[in-house]
Design a protein around this ligand. Sequence first.
Ligand SMILES: Cc1cc2nc3c(=O)[nH]c(=O)nc-3n(C[C@H](O)[C@H](O)[C@H](O)COP(=O)(O)O)c2cc1C
Length: 193
Amino acid sequence: MAQKKLLFVDCCISNHASRTKKLCNDFLMEFKKKNDVIVETVIINAGSVSSFTGEQLDRRDGFIAQNDYSNEMFNMARQFALADYIVIGAPYWDLSFPSLLKVYIENIMVNGLTFCYAETGMKGLCLAEKLYYITTAGGYILQDYNMGYDYIKAISYVLGIKEAKCISAEGLDIIGNSPDDIVSKVISQLGEI
Ligand SMILES: Cc1cc2nc3c(=O)[nH]c(=O)nc-3n(C[C@H](O)[C@H](O)[C@H](O)COP(=O)(O)O)c2cc1C
């Protein structure tokens, strides 16, 4: 049987030693101990994704209308659709996540590759059985307004991914807290997850 593929969407874009990235790396290490997977990483930065202009959307729609997904603009969507597991790592920024992650999502939402329209609405075409969303926050994530994860969970749902899970380390920038201890505690619980 072919080895399963885990896609790591790395949006840990800080220049400093990212705590989110550390949590992601430890999660991936733990996951690989228990699952025989190949990890493919897509690094999200200003060079790897860009938002659409009207002209680019017209071009994209033209390809989609002809059922032609050979252009490289569809590579990220194809990679996302074919992964068996997805891990998204992104810090908690302004109550959600860095805007480049939204740009990535716009790039992978492709009619005919990651979803299609059925009579009842959008139908997911992604193979992944599970998506993990990993984040760290300076304060505490507002439970009633968890806009980063809730959005990603909704995206997973429409793309056909059966299960989504959020792993977070919070309160890292609160004076008196020890960020290393908080991150280590979450890491120590990863085995159970
Ligand atoms: C641009 C920016 C926006 C942020 N917005 C929030 C926020 O809304 N709420 C919060 O609790 N922390 C916020 N933080 C703090 C980060 O969530 C926190 O420092 C996080 O651990 C950074 O992750 P990293 O070490 O992987 O970069 C923000 C940090 C930055 C740089």
